[in-house]
Design a protein around this ligand. Structure first.
Ligand code: NAD
Length: 487
């Protein structure tokens, strides 16, 4: 743990993300000495707050955080400064530049600048161009941009956004957040795959029958309809989180753990997403919208801020193929949705059964393949299902799970995703951030699905509290498969 020096500017400092995720993460970094004396945080947003008021907001956001006792909260909050700011007003950036320089002097922050975009995405481009034109970039230290999702809403808008941030920042200064990459169990995928001789040689089409990824949410759209109506599950979850999980599950072993090597490995997989025609997209992807008849679980179209004739999907299931030679013919079944049975993210690798079954003559004609499930959240751990002899005189082979879960206490004491990611950004480590080529490949893939859906009025519904519309089960049944799920 080396102390990092930086002036951190948060655009959107009064927002929900800043309060729920960023301030607690920064506090934990402070607690662990990664931020200590040589840092300042400038919060900017529209409201005319004073520094004192802002520091109260910071303190309030830390309630319930580990280690948040009054002295340390007070000392931490004293590094925070508020600047009321309209992102479209060039003069405000001049004020910001002066304040950054002042705070850099005061805290000896080494001329380092971290800009964090945590506001509505339509402002990302304009902020970047003002950062450049009003010379907020420091000449003496590093300049880094951390940018939240969504990164565009299709390939064209993503490219436009990328071009506009490229006008101020080079690719090696850009840290695009996909907070799944900050999760412990996602970071663990490389260790599981490349650190274990029991898995490494069999992690390919010769031994893997199919891979499944479920990102189930229990909540509905809540207060986020304004955003969600413009996105839907495909853009909100598939293009980013699910595609990143596919990249980590399927990528070839990188030459090393350097960011460049890991990014190259991921890129090779995402660029091998087997292109879809519109007809194939319609056949291989299923959407759905939740319905319900209780006050907590009503129809999606009755939710506040949702159009009565909304065609926004709250569920997606799909069958994805890769052209990479290690994976040709292996389906990656993915699904995500709101108001599903329970909140859980699970990745299951279903292996093929053994080719030669000597147990068939003793009454076990169908030996199952092994399966490895990686529980990403809220449980964190593994389950490996193996074949073994059932107790008793007869030789019957049954399936037995080998289970491991981190304890609730261990999970609570491990860094949260945003803490991992902000620490990485401060240290200049881009491994766990997404690259432009990954976004390009995934948007191009997802745009085809969108195109197929936009051409059809069909919108299956599913009961809140279920695992999605029956069409999602039918999709797998067509190929003789069914969903793996630990409910
Ligand atoms: P929010 O609406 O709560 O906050 C937006 C912030 O931007 C506020 O501080 C507001 O004052 C400021 N702002 C808006 N217009 C402005 C203007 N013209 N000039 C200056 N400031 C302005 O939004 P949020 O939920 O905090 O989300 C912020 C970003 O983080 C978005 O890109 C969102 O997609 C992303 N994100 C949010 C979450 C979450 O859980 N809230 C999760 C993942 C990603």
């Amino acid at each position: 743990t080396q102390e990092q020096a930086s002036v951190i500017t948060i655009f959107g400092g009064s927002g929900d993300l800043a309060r729920r995720k960023l301030y607690p993460a920064l506090f934990q970094l402070y607690r662990h000495g990664i931020l200590h004396d040589h840092f300042a945080v400038i919060g900017t947003a529209r409201r005319p707050w004073t520094n004192e008021y802002y520091r109260d907001v910071i303190a309030t956001s830390l309630e319930g955080e580990a280690g948040a006792v009054s002295d340390s909260v007070h000392a931490f909050a004293s590094h925070f400064y508020y600047q009321s700011h309209d992102v479209t007003d060039a003069d405000h950036y001049v004020t910001l530049r002066k304040l950054s320089a002042q705070l850099d002097d005061k805290y000896s922050a080494g001329g380092n600048r971290l800009f964090y975009m945590a506001m509505a995405p339509q402002f990302f481009g304009i902020i970047a161009s003002h950062i450049r034109s009003e010379q907020l970039l420091s000449a003496s230290g590093y300049n880094r941009l951390v940018i939240e999702k969504p990164f565009g809403h299709d390939f064209d808008s993503a490219k436009e956004l990328n071009d506009s941030i490229n006008s101020a920042f080079d690719e090696d200064q850009i840290y695009r957040i996909d907070h799944y990459l900050g999760k412990e169990m996602v970071q663990s995928l490389m260790a599981i795959r490349f650190g274990n001789p029991v898995f490494k040689p069999i992690w390919n089409r010769d031994y893997v029958d199919n891979v499944q990824i479920t990102l189930a949410e229990a909540v509905g759209v809540e207060e986020r309809a304004g955003y969600y109506e413009t996105a839907g599950a495909l853009r909100d979850m598939v293009q980013n989180h699910i595609m990143q999980l596919i990249a980590y599950v399927a990528m070839p072993e990188p030459e090393s753990l350097t960011p460049a090597a890991v990014h190259q490995a991921k890129r090779s997989i995402l660029e091998s997403l087997k292109p879809l025609t519109t007809a194939q997209a319609a056949d291989n992807f299923v959407r759905g919208q939740y319905v319900g008849d209780t006050p907590d679980q009503r129809d999606y179209v009755q939710e506040d801020g949702v159009a009565a004739d909304s065609k926004t999907e709250t569920f997606v299931a799909g069958r994805i193929e890769l052209t990479d030679s290690a994976w040709t013919g292996v389906p990656f079944y993915v699904r995500t949705g709101k108001h599903m049975t329970r909140k859980s993210t699970q990745i299951t690798v279903n292996f093929k059964p053994t080719e030669h079954n000597i147990f068939a003559p003793v009454g076990c004609p169908d030996l199952s393949g092994n399966s490895l499930t990686i529980f990403v959240e809220p449980e964190e751990g593994y389950r490996l299902v193996v074949n073994s002899k059932q107790l008793g005189q007869d030789y019957h082979v049954g399936q037995f799970p080998l289970n491991f879960r981190h304890t609730a206490n261990e999970i609570a004491n491990a860094p949260e995703a945003y803490e991992h990611l902000i620490q990485d950004a401060l240290a200049g480590n881009q491994t766990n951030f997404t690259r432009w080529h990954e976004l390009k490949a995934t948007w191009q893939y997802v745009d085809k699905i969108r195109e197929a859906w936009d051409a059809s009025p069909d919108m299956p519904t599913y009961e809140s509290g279920s695992m999605g519309p029956s069409a999602s089960d039918d999709l797998l049944a067509k190929y003789g498969d069914s969903w793996s799920w630990d409910g």
